[in-house]
Design a protein around this ligand. Sequence first.
Ligand code: NAD
Length: 377
Amino acid sequence: MKVAVVAETDANEPRVAATPETAKKLTALGAQVAVEPGAGVKSGILDADYTAAGATVTSDAVNGADIVLMVRRPERAVLSRLKKGAIVIAIMDPYGHDDALRAMADAGVIAFAMELMPRITRAQSMDVLSSQANLSGYRAVIDAAEEYGRAMPMMMTAAGTVPAAKVFIMGVGVAGLQAIATARRLGAIVTATDVRPATKEQVESLGAKFLAVEDEEFKNAQTAGGYAKEMSKEYQAKQAALVADHIKKQDIVITTALIPGRPAPRLISREMVESMRPGSVIVDLAVERGGNVEGAKPGEVVQAGPAKIIGYLNVPGRLAASASALYARNLLTFLETMIDKKEKKLAINWDDEIVKGTMLTRDGAIVHPNFRPKSAA
Ligand code: NAD
């Protein structure tokens, strides 16, 4: 069982798909782990650290590999070096990238998209959306604090009192919950909103105040899978009115609202941004999916009237060492389900729902039901 760990080629991707810890565990499972030179360097991991963990470091790592671990989807340059039937595991970003899926199918690899992992209890430890969103939520507060020209906690000093910052979190999924907890730890006064009623109790249990239009539609806004639905135009208007009044009084707003398979909902208009006090900060964590905030620019911090809008891309990558450690463990736990520990070889259960839920390509075809070409469906 040869496992390859690829050095990411995208300059904006500092994460790595295996750490010395996971490489060591894979070796114990019977794998020979080969790591491309420099793969971990942006996550604070040296080649020598991998070698010490029992891996080899070589630019030929992917040649002949049975399993290839990556952060992002493989480009053609990597695909062309893989053997047929090789397993490739990554964050595949499959929506709207049919050509890339076709290229993986044509290369004959078995591609698994970690972000499609079913959200069932057994797979929680393999859930990359959660492990990375949690770090994003934390980092969003740190990034906001950095741009904010005032202190977060209330400070009573001999020279007078500095008031606590007012922080408003919009969207209380995994990232939002961590943002609430982090802002509270820094001493801010925190409020939060979401369209899913289940979040009200979660917000309150973290010591923050919940704010939402709690009508009939709100009571039914959660899907069976635990995700948000797209809200009606009427609801959005009522929500916008409530939010508009609240935002005027906030120092920092962090938006994390997403709806699976849809563009991010627009929650903050230009007028709302203009209504804020000078020196305010907004962080748009949904900027990669179209943005929650009007005027947010992907990859930039922009001054928009009185407020700065932060639109950093790949926010988990801003904590590369932590993000890699958690991502690598997510991959290891997933791989463990595919390995026969006694025989020390690959033994994939093709009927397992976590395999079926994440597998994009196999035997030259796109096999995932969400991405299969229409004619073959
Ligand atoms: P997400 O990233 O899809 O969305 C972030 C948040 O935005 C969600 O809370 C959503 O309700 C909210 N949102 C959408 N539209 C909005 C609007 N117009 N206004 C305000 N908020 C809006 O969510 P996520 O972090 O992936 O979490 C989704 C759910 O899945 C949560 O209930 C979470 O607890 C659950 N979850 C389950 C598991 C598991 O069982 N394995 C793992 C992780 C998360």
